[in-house]
Design a binder for this molecule. Structure first.
Ligand code: ADP
Ligand code: MG
Ligand code: MG
Length: 252
């Protein structure tokens, strides 16, 4: 199973509170989308869940299948099955995409049970084919010189290869043209299973035309202020966020 439970999560950066009590539960088989204006803490939530040191959890709890995530080191979170596709993926010179992926896969496996090179290459070829990525991208340094769209596609490649229990995709759709968007959606939809839960952070309804979310959450001012079905995304696209503020009596 894959069951992420976030309860009353408060996160600060340099002593300034950014997340002010986030509650969210993601179960295997579910796809959740978090939408919200810029600067409301969506990326902060993603980074805090993965254990980025800049983000200080001041209170609240996060569990994955009952295990305390906040007690885990960054690499332990990945080993436990958490995955983040970053809004701005970093470039790592000197490490090829293929080497990076193979060591990431092996770090999630027991010693002596490493994936064989043959099997790895077969899976990599298949996934890169699915994501319509040219084979030579496997041998380039991680994200180095990749276009914005290539980086996003590469994040999805990592996800499909690593098969995480919970994937957090932070603005995976930003800067993608419609064809790349469809490819990214295909990668996510392929993952759908009871063993996989997904949190999609996005500004736009567009991606959700191709990935059908089970739940939409609106984040404002460091909290999830409203949750609903996919109709919420359509309303946001059409009307923006003002009606949410009005409905909830949020002043600005
Ligand atoms: P979103 O992803 O919703 O656009 P972020 O989580 O990136 O919002 O940012 C939330 C707030 O935290 C913003 O006010 C932003 O300026 C601040 N913030 C985020 N990361 C940092 C950081 N590393 N250092 C200082 N402030 C930050
Ligand atoms: Mg943003
Ligand atoms: Mg962000």
């Amino acid at each position: 199973a894959s069951h992420l439970k976030i309860e009353d999560l408060h996160v600060a950066i340099d002593g300034k509170e950014i997340l002010k009590g986030v509650n969210l539960e993601i179960k295997g088989g579910e796809i959740h989308a978090v939408m919200g204006p810029n600067g409301t803490g969506k990326s902060t939530l993603a980074s805090a869940l993965m254990g980025h040191p800049t983000y200080e959890v001041t209170s609240g709890s996060v569990t994955l299948d009952g295990e305390d995530v906040l007690e885990m080191e960054v690499n332990e979170r990945a080993q436990a099955g958490m995955f983040l596709a970053m809004q701005y993926p970093s470039e790592i010179s000197g490490v090829t995409n293929s080497d990076f992926l193979r060591s990431a896969i092996n770090s999630r496996r027991e010693e002596g049970d490493e994936i064989s090179l043959m099997k790895f290459i077969r899976q990599l070829d298949a996934q890169m084919g699915l994501l319509e990525m040219p084979g030579e991208m496997a041998h380039r340094y991680l994200n180095e010189g990749f276009s914005g769209g290539e980086k996003k596609r590469n994040e999805i490649l990592q996800m499909t290869m690593l098969k995480p229990a919970i994937a957090i995709l932070d603005e995976i759709d930003s800067g993608l043209d419609i064809d790349a968007l469809k490819v990214v959606a295909k990668g996510v939809n392929e993952m759908r299973s009871p063993e996989f839960g997904c949190l999609i952070i996005t500004h736009y309804q567009r991606l959700l035309n191709y990935i059908e979310p089970d739940f939409i959450h609106i984040m404002m001012g460091g909290k999830i202020v409203m949750s609903g079905g996919k109709e919420l995304a359509h309303r946001l696209e059409a009307e923006g966020y003002d009606w949410v503020k009005k409905e909830l009596g949020i002043e600005e």
